[in-house]
Design a protein around this ligand. Structure first.
Ligand code: NAD
Length: 261
């Protein structure tokens, strides 16, 4: 637990399941007040609200599409109207689909870029504008991926979006650093969430993935939530513009692990 997080107000996008729900639940354990954004899964968002309340925090579930301009405004207003301010904004929502690049419909490209990259811009813009106009030393956390660094055939749109998140994250971290606003990204590796449910249910695909993880385990959403809590807290007060990989070593060139090469 981080004492300074108590009563702080956070927005978590895509908080109805997976990593976003785990971050919301962890913020509840920190006794924060959380706006949990969902797009269509109200049940999952309500579940997250209950988890937070059971842990001593406050929460509200708010429907919004973060790829649309109005979405971020809705979420900011929910934080201000329900909890009286904003301290931490987590741009977590994201999606992916496998498709060979030569066959990729423009609509697939645009959907992934709109959610994974434009959504991060729109959320960050709303939070930064509030921080600047209220002279607040706020905190932004952007959900990137190991694929901001590792190419991923079949997912060119996804890799491009996360590569974009990397430099967007670094740029706004620099742009607002002298105001005391901190901006960091998290780069998860293989995490056990609904996005991967089908893949990890298949033994061959699960073992193929484990081959790429030096620590030989799939990460839990709570591993990522712990990183988010640390980045949100004052314990990371001199950290800005980084991507904190939470990946069991996946970015360490695992094919070299057993002395090969
Ligand atoms: P998930 O599919 O379980 O959850 C994604 C969430 O984003 C869902 O709640 C979904 O409703 C929400 N979302 C999607 N589009 C939205 C929109 N337009 N508006 C509002 N919400 C929207 O996925 P996850 O594994 O929990 O992934 C969360 C983030 O972590 C994503 O950005 C993903 O790219 C990233 N990530 C995940 C992994 C992993 O292994 N699970 C690895 C690297 C990065």
């Amino acid at each position: 637990m981080y004492a300074d997080l108590k009563n702080k107000v956070a927005v978590v996008t895509g908080g109805s399941k997976g990593i976003g729900q785990a971050i919301a639940a962890r913020f509840g354990q920190e006794h924060m007040s959380v706006v949990i954004n969902y797009r269509s899964d109200k049940t999952g968002a309500d579940e997250a609200v209950k988890m937070i309340e059971a842990n001593g925090g406050q929460a509200i579930a708010v429907q919004a599409d973060i790829s649309e301009e109005a979405g971020a405004t809705t979420l900011l207003n929910a934080a201000l109207n329900n909890f009286g301010g904003l301290d931490v904004w987590v741009n977590n929502a994201g999606m992916e689909n496998r498709v060979a690049t030569n066959e990729m419909p423009l609509a697939d490209w645009q959907r992934v870029l709109n959610i994974n990259l434009t959504g991060v811009f729109l959320g960050s813009r709303a939070a930064l504008d509030y921080f600047v106009k209220n002279d607040k030393q706020g905190n932004i956390i952007n959900m990137s991926s190991v694929h901001e660094q590792i190419p991923w055939p079949g997912f060119a749109h996804y890799a491009a979006s996360k590569g974009g998140v990397k430099l967007f994250n670094e740029t706004i971290a620099m742009e607002y650093a002298n105001r005391g606003v901190r901006v960091n990204a998290i780069g998860p590796g293989a995490i056990n969430t609904p996005i991967n449910a089908e893949k990890f249910a298949d033994k061959t695909q699960l073992n193929d993935t484990l081959e790429m993880v030096p620590m030989k385990r799939i990460g839990d959403p709570e591993d990522v939530a712990a990183a988010a809590a640390w980045l949100a807290s004052d314990q990371s007060s001199y950290v800005t513009g980084v991507t904190l990989f939470v990946d069991g070593g996946m970015t360490l060139y695992p094919s070299f692990q057993n002395g090969k090469g």
